[in-house]
Write a new protein. Sequence first.
Length: 191
Amino acid sequence: MRHSPFTAVYDACVLYPAPLRDFLMWLGLTGRFRARWSQQIHDEWKRNLLANRLDLTAEQLDRTSSLMDLAIPDALVTGHEHLIAGLILPDPDDRHVLAAAIRCNASVIVTFNEKDFPAEVLATFGIDCQHPDVFTEYLFDLDQAAVVAAAQRQRRQLKNPPIDVDRYLDILLRQGLVQTSKLLATYRLVL
C-alpha cells in the first residue's frame, strides 16, 4: 500500500471512544496519510478508559492497542522522549504528544483539545492542530472515495449487532463528527 507523506498524530482523547478510534484506524488504513501515536498516547487513553469503564480490563485494552500497532506497523513513534522537557504547552501533560509529532514530522495533531495546543507554539514546528471532524473533512476533500470506503469497512465489520446506515451516521455524529456525518449521509446508499 502506498502512503502519503502527510502524517497525523492521534491524541489520546480521539482514541478514547471506541467508535471514533475505530473510524480513525480505518481512515489510517486508506494510505492517504500516515497515522501515528506513541506508547504514552496508548497509555493515556487506556488509563482514562479503565478509570471510567469498570466493565473493561487492562488486558482487553492492551489487546486493542496491540492490534492497532499491528494494523499500522510503523505507527508507533519512539525516540521522542528527550524532546518533552524542552516543550512549553498550557498543559505540561500534553508535551509528549507534541514531542511525538515533532519526532515523526507530523503535519497535524488530531485532538478534541485544540486549546491545549496553541497555534503559535505548533507553528514553530510546522504542525497544525485539528478537531477530528475538521481532519476528516480535509481527507474528504482530498479523497472522498477513501473516506467513504473507510466508513463502509467500519460499518460492515459491526456485526454484533449489525448497524444500519442511519444508526451508524448517528454514532459518528455523537462522536463529534458533525460535518463528517453530513458528508457521508450523501453516500448512504453505498454505506
